[in-house]
Write a protein that binds this ligand. Structure first.
Ligand code: AP5
Length: 210
């Protein structure tokens, strides 16, 4: 089973959903640069304040900031046994930088048709307290608009509004999609059909990682 893995895919492909599940099963950390950046924004750190505007608009946060936050996280002891990277790298410069401080076992590409992506993103709701992720049609909360775990009122991510979704999909096509070829050339890429229910996708991901 591969233990140092990148989950690659467009916004809404299910990277966070799959990486969280598989990381639990493998007892390795799920490292999402989006989650790390959102935590920095919520804590109002200098890095978070600098990142916030880029994120809200759906653009990429400058490489130097993201590399700093990711590198620091990868140096923590729990990442020695392995990690699932979600949302990083996102452009060629980040992939090159990652190659200087980490060796990957594989890259899982989650493939979903574009119209599904928009739907999944517009229907996503998150708990601002524990960060649990819901979906109004595929994973609705049990009680109205509140978190099943802690009862907090769920919110929509600022970048899940229509204008920001459009920008994120464009940024993915222009800057992140070229990584598919980059990792294909390095014989690391494994493509997974990410349509269908999350459990079906997880079964395909497990097979790809074996
Ligand atoms: P990030 O948080 O990484 O966002 P993203 O890549 O746009 O990915 P998402 O979290 O939107 O989607 P996902 O694929 O994880 O899908 P999910 O599992 O939640 O980044 C946010 C921002 O931070 C960026 O725009 C950028 O500004 C900045 N940033 C982050 N990393 C950066 C980097 N490296 N460099 C520069 N900037 C960076 O699922 C989505 C929804 O669909 C959920 O509601 C879920 O319940 C539902 N769902 C999941 N799977 C299924 C399924 N199989 N069937 C039906 N519904 C499903």
């Amino acid at each position: 089973m591969m233990h140092r893995v990148v989950f690659l895919g467009p916004p809404g492909a299910g990277k966070g959903t799959q990486a969280a599940q598989i990381a639990r099963e493998l007892s390795i950390p799920h490292l999402s640069t989006g989650d790390l950046l959102r935590a920095a924004v919520a804590a109002r750190t200098p890095l978070g304040l600098e990142a916030e505007g880029y994120m809200r608009a759906g653009g990429l946060v400058p490489d130097a900031l993201v590399l700093k936050i990711l590198h620091e996280r990868l140096e923590q002891p729990d990442a020695r046994v392995g990690y699932l990277l979600d949302g990083f790298p996102r452009n060629l410069a980040q992939a090159e930088a990652l190659g200087t401080f980490a060796e990957l076992d594989g890259v899982i590409s989650l493939d979903v048709a574009p119209d599904h992506l928009v739907r999944r993103l517009s229907e996503r709701r998150v708990c601002p307290k524990c960060q649990s992720v819901y979906n109004l049609s595929t994973k609705p909360p049990k009680r109205g608009g509140t978190c099943d775990r802690d009862g907090t009122t769920l919110v929509q991510r600022p970048d899940d509004r229509p204008e920001a979704i459009t920008t994120r999909l464009k940024v993915y096509d222009e800057q992140t999609a070229p990584l598919l070829e980059y990792y294909q050339e390095r014989h690391l890429l494994r493509s997974v059909d990410a349509s269908g229910a999350p459990d079906e996708v997880a079964a395909r991901v497990r097979r790809a990682l074996a």
